[in-house]
Design a protein around this ligand. Sequence first.
Ligand SMILES: Nc1ncnc2c1ncn2[C@@H]1O[C@H](COP(=O)(O)OP(=O)(O)OP(=O)(O)O)[C@@H](O)[C@H]1O
Length: 289
Amino acid sequence: MERILVKQTKNNIIMVVEIKDLSYAYGNKKIYSNLNIQIKEGTIFGLLGKNGVGKSTLINILMGFLKPQNGKCQIFGEDSHNLSAKNKKNIALLYEGFISYDFMTINEIENFFSPFYENWNKKIFYDLINLMDLDYNQKLSTLSFGQKSQVVLGLLFAQDAKLLILDDYSMGLDAGYRRLFIDYLKDYVKGTNKTVLITSHVMSDLVDLIDDIAIIQKGGNVHKTTMKDFISNFRCYKVSNDEEFKLKNIHRIENLKDYKKIFTFESFNNLEELEVDFEEKFLGYVGKY
Ligand SMILES: Nc1ncnc2c1ncn2[C@@H]1O[C@H](COP(=O)(O)OP(=O)(O)OP(=O)(O)O)[C@@H](O)[C@H]1O
């Protein structure tokens, strides 16, 4: 059996997450077959895809809540469904509905969480809280949704874990809170070897944040690249509806009323290239429906 290397000695890159030939299905419903993903230490990795392609399933496998049916899924060189306590402590997970201690105050929730984590950093928690100008004695039940999410993020960052898994951090946050979070996250990981795995449906947040991406398609096909390469290499061209064209390697054609949009990794000098943002490129890749 092939051994998964935690450390690639050749260029000294440490892989924090190694997913190799992973298959998973719910009954007859195939989610992945032979999925391969690697996440390098010190990078921010975006797991992207439309609703229902299997992002949360993969996170559940990574967290050991689900077991691979085939293949391997390793974190810090150990099988994710069999992680040692030491490595478990180095993963901070954010998922929907993370907090259910609404009756506590901001102070109390910090006191409640801190003993569970060896590297607990109180200052990080209160730095984030202070950005919101809140009274520490305010009960969580009285906070706005965005403020409560900020408390959750504070609890997550204060763990000072080596790997952060953020499943849809942006749920319900307005543009201001999202920006606050993104800026904080960037500063938080800068100059450290912390690794972040993030899923989000807010594409505009991700452009300046993410290093590597995996775009998952329905059926489990995955396009892996860097954010930079995807943005510069995946192009959108405009072609008039009555123009005959025979082009190779077209990824997707979007038919609009007056013209067609062509999405491709090819470069066509004779066509008009449209300047489109990451969200549109992403939709051009995965399709709108
Ligand atoms: N326990 C389960 N039993 C059967 N099917 C499931 C189960 N959990 C998830 N699924 C299905 O598996 C598919 C992938 O679900 P998953 O939640 O991983 O998608 P996702 O990419 O995280 O979606 P979203 O972006 O909407 O959160 C979906 O079609 C979902 O209905």
